[in-house]
Design a protein around this ligand. Structure first.
Ligand SMILES: [Zn+2]
Length: 380
């Protein structure tokens, strides 16, 4: 992280340019060779980096321009996973949740385990190595978190012959992610962010129930997942040093309408959060659904806080003044020296569902920069 008070960062994804989406559609229709598509991807990444630099982001990402989604990309890189539409996996029980929650699952495909998990290729290290050729700023690396990956990818029918239970996959899955973290250290990433929306969904377990029903993961008590979440994170980071690792927790990010997202504060998961042996927590706090800081006043967190100050689903651009207010309030709980300013989540965690357009996303990042400058002046 840059050696400054109130550094600014991102959570990962940025909306893809229209011309990239058109190129991908052409490629999928067999009208564009892969080599040319790769050039489009490269240019989209360079543009995303330059736009973050222009808007004054201190720690940039590659915008996840090459990924289908923050989760699905695993299947694009590692053959032990195969992208399967959730409509093909649907069970009677899962169908009921879809109806009762009004879930729009037609756009979702999950990277299902279809072989012994092995890191046969880089997951994210290649993205970071490329990005670093185009910027001198620190480059952060969003990497899927172990629980979110497992809960989406282990499917009784498709994965059962390789791992009889999800628990049987713990070792291979965390080993793959740990190897990736070490490769990211080698590639020069400033920060590895393990994306764990599955932990965010603990606030009401609605989405979790759907996923477990879809994949046939039987748990006597859903509360077991709390322990599993911390265990998987700690197995993933075991023995890793010399690179900053953190966990990003959010409550879902694939449509801009708020009604079916999880709602509730961090008190529902504070025990496992405090158990996680990571340096930075990247948390939603701009959305009201994330609750208040009270829980951290009572249960102090001593590491860094990637504080969500931008609501990625609200098209209204925040004013720097309101961001300053949010940060000052959080500073009294977390300590101003521990705060990194970032949006609540990515602006486009999946290619088909950007939550706001590019203009709004970059306007919001500019407001975040303006707020950081005001804060540095005030608190120097
Ligand atoms: Zn998120």
């Amino acid at each position: 992280m840059p050696n400054t008070l109130f550094p600014t960062s991102v959570v990962g994804s940025l909306p893809r340019p229209e011309w990239l989406l058109e190129a991908i559609a052409k490629f999928e229709a067999g009208e564009l060779p892969e080599s040319q598509l790769k050039e489009y991807y490269d240019e989209a990444v360079v543009l995303a980096i330059k736009q973050q630099e222009t808007t004054g982001v201190d720690e940039v990402s590659d915008g996840e321009q090459r990924r289908f989604s923050f989760l699905a990309f695993v299947a694009e890189r590692i053959p032990s996973f195969k992208l399967i539409p959730t409509t093909e996996l649907m069970t009677k029980e899962a169908e009921q949740y879809v109806k009762s929650m009004n879930l729009h699952v037609g756009v979702i495909s999950n990277p299902i385990i279809v072989g012994k998990i092995k890191r046969t290729a880089p997951l994210v290290a290649g993205e970071v190595a490329f990005a670093k050729r185009y910027t001198d700023k620190p480059v952060m690396a969003p990497l899927i978190g172990p629980l979110t990956l497992l809960i989406n990818s282990w499917n009784r029918d498709r994965s059962g012959s390789f791992y009889k239970t999800p628990e049987d996959a713990f070792g291979d899955l965390t080993a793959m992610l740990r190897e990736e973290i070490l490769a990211l250290k080698e590639a020069g990433a400033s920060f590895v962010q393990l994306d764990e929306p599955a932990v965010g969904n603990f606030v009401d377990f609605r989405y979790t129930r759907w996923l477990l029903a879809l994949n046939g993961w039987k748990l006597g008590d859903l509360g077991e997942l709390h322990k599993i979440a911390a265990e998987l994170i700690n197995r993933t980071v075991k023995g890793v040093s010399g690179i900053e690792v953190g966990v990003h927790i959010c409550r879902g990010n694939w449509r801009s309408d708020e009604q079916h997202y999880s709602d509730g504060g961090y008190e529902k998961m504070i025990d496992e959060i405090l158990e996680m042996k990571v340096r930075r927590l990247v948390l939603e706090y701009a959305t009201k659904r994330a609750g208040t800081y009270k829980v951290f006043r009572e249960h102090p967190w001593h590491g860094e806080i990637g504080l969500g100050v931008i609501d990625v689903k609200d098209p209204r651009v925040e004013t720097p003044q309101e961001i300053v207010k949010r940060v000052e309030e959080a500073s009294r709980v977390f300590g101003e020296e521990n705060i990194v300013l970032n949006p609540d989540c990515g602006f486009a965690s999946g290619r088909p569902w950007p939550v706001v357009n590019r203009q709004i996303a970059y306007a919001k990042l500019s407001a975040q920069t303006a707020a950081a400058k005001m804060l540095r002046k005030k608190h120097a």
